[in-house]
Design a protein around this ligand. Structure first.
Ligand code: SF4
Length: 507
């Protein structure tokens, strides 16, 4: 079957960001092209003029969409019979935000009619739907007001509003007990992995090739940690998260060195949560877990993604299902009482029944947190760059898998406590973090809802400075390339120093 081609013609830059993901959600897998026009007045007034413009474009298309915000026009054409395009008018004096939603709703309905599909999140294309709900709850609105708003303004389904409200209410309760502005959090990235998963788009370097740089990387990271320890003297450190990559690719000695450096440079007396994302079972040993425990990291993550061996092999994870189970029991033996496990729905060739079996096995382990992701295919992932290799392996019926996982969570005393979406996420769904009561990962809430400044250290890490008085967020990025990070560590530190010298007092 040939890939459908979609052309979107927009006047200037306006709304492309919003329309592109909405149209893509209705036509997943289609090839997408955008042309930016600078017409002096919208040249499309009817079906015939639309066709003429498309012919002038001289580009292949199966579906064509046009947006001309200045005159409040948008239109769609399919190839079937060259029927008339649909035009809708938006009042000229509307505010951009209102105008945006009016335009998106109109576009959504047009797409819905043409594709006979419904998107569970309606016109919400951003990655943080619960942030919006939380803002309304914080403003004192009742649950029914928030529900009506999400339904009427964003066309969200009842099912998604239910889970979103549940998450936002839980977050509101947890955040109410913390003075977010008085604190900050720290993320430390270890960008090495035993091998590269086929869906990976993170900053990750296989140990087999880049292992020789680990000590130099640690030395650069220690320098950044020494700087960060004093960077925000007015604030208390609330949460610490070591992620990656796979932090447990570090040797026992290197882990000890890193954790000791953290202890020596940060005041941990106000710390509410310390997570080490152990991640891949093929990198975890009893000795490494013992080191993590001796440095008082209370929360770890052991991530199976699936408990089906065939899938683990297909996605490039070189470990067995038994290794996942052994590692989990080892961690319990060593006293870890807050363990998260990550799953991904929609992995190669998996069926809802496979997911049900995975959940059954997870149920026996009984972790404290369960994070259920839906596969999101990013541009940099092998799944995209080596497309032919994975052709025909697409999973089907991911919504059913998601239903199985939420039913499993409800039956096993797990509650949804954070939720986010990603670009190109399968079937336009979401990722949900579940936790047993009192075991919610605070860092996850803080980062998702952008409630606190997070100093991010390491290659590819992005620091997010939150301006509480202005409800604004600014990013300061580190370079992704390992050698660049090591060689330019002073510059990475200077970027944060310069930012704080200019704006530090406003945080
Ligand atoms: S474990 Fe995570 S970071 Fe490492 S390769 Fe797999 S997806 Fe990427």
């Amino acid at each position: 079957m040939s890939t459908e081609i979609i052309t979107l013609m927009v006047w200037g830059e306006d709304f492309e960001q919003e329309l592109r993901p909405l149209i893509k959600a209705f036509y997943p897998g289609a090839q997408f092209q955008v042309t930016k026009e600078t017409w002096d007045g919208c040249p499309v007034k009817d079906a015939a003029s639309f066709l003429r413009i498309l012919k002038e474009q001289d580009a292949p298309w199966d579906y064509a969409f046009l947006l001309y915000p200045q005159e409040g026009y948008f239109a769609a054409r399919g190839k079937e019979g060259w029927q008339a395009g649909e035009f809708h008018h938006i009042p000229a004096n509307a505010q951009r935000r209102d105008y945006r939603n009016v335009m998106m709703r109109g576009f959504y309905r047009m797409l819905q009619e043409r594709s006979e599909r419904v998107l569970p999140w309606g016109i919400l294309t951003g990655i943080r739907p619960t942030k919006l709900m939380l803002e309304h709850i914080e403003a004192g609105e009742s649950e029914s007001e928030v529900r009506a708003y999400m339904e009427e303004e964003y066309l969200c389904s009842k099912e998604k509003i239910d889970v979103g409200i549940e998450v936002a209410k839980r977050e509101h309760k947890i955040l109410s007990s913390i003075d977010c502005a008085a604190g900050y959090s720290v993320y430390i990235g270890i960008p090495f992995c035993p091998s590269t998963c086929y869906y990976c788009s993170f900053t990750s370097f296989p140990v087999g090739v880049y292992g020789g740089l680990m000590d130099d990387y640690l030395a650069a990271l220690e320098k950044e940690i020494r700087y960060a320890g004093d960077a925000l003297p007015e604030k208390q450190l609330h949460t610490l998260y070591i992620g990656g990559g796979t932090p447990t690719t570090l040797s026992e000695k290197q882990l000890d060195r890193l954790l000791t450096c953290i202890e020596e440079n940060f005041d941990l007396s106000h710390l509410k949560e310390f997570t080490v994302e152990a991640g891949r079972p093929d990198s975890i040993t009893k000795e490494k877990l013992a080191v993590i425990r001796s440095h008082k990291a209370g929360r770890i993550s052991i991530n199976p993604q699936t408990m089906k061996q065939e899938t683990l092999n297909l996605i490039g994870r070189r470990h067995t299902v038994e290794q996942i189970e052994e590692t989990f029991y080892l961690a319990r033996e060593l006293g870890f009482d807050n363990i998260n496990m990550d799953l991904i729905l929609g992995l190669a060739k998996e069926t809802p029944q496979d997911v049900a079996k995975t959940l059954e096995k997870i149920g026996k382990l009984s972790p404290d947190n369960l994070t259920v992701h839906t596969l999101a295919v990013k541009r940099a992932a092998r799944l995209t760059t080596n497309k032919e290799e994975y052709e025909g392996l697409e999973a089907k019926d991911v919504q059913k898998m998601q239903r199985f996982s939420s039913e499993f969570a409800a039956a096993n005393n797990y509650y949804p406590y954070y939720l986010y979406r990603q670009k190109n996420i399968t079937e336009n769904l979401e990722n949900i973090g579940y936790a047993r009561p009192g075991r919610e990962g605070l860092y996850n809430i803080l980062i998702m809802e952008e409630k606190q400044t997070i100093l991010a250290l390491g290659a590819g890490a992005t620091t997010k400075f939150v301006f509480h008085n202005k409800n604004q967020l600014e990013r300061v990025e580190n370079v992704k390339n390992l050698k660049d990070y090591i060689g330019r560590i002073d510059e990475m530190i200077a970027r944060k120093q310069n930012f704080l010298a200019r704006f530090g007092r406003e945080l």
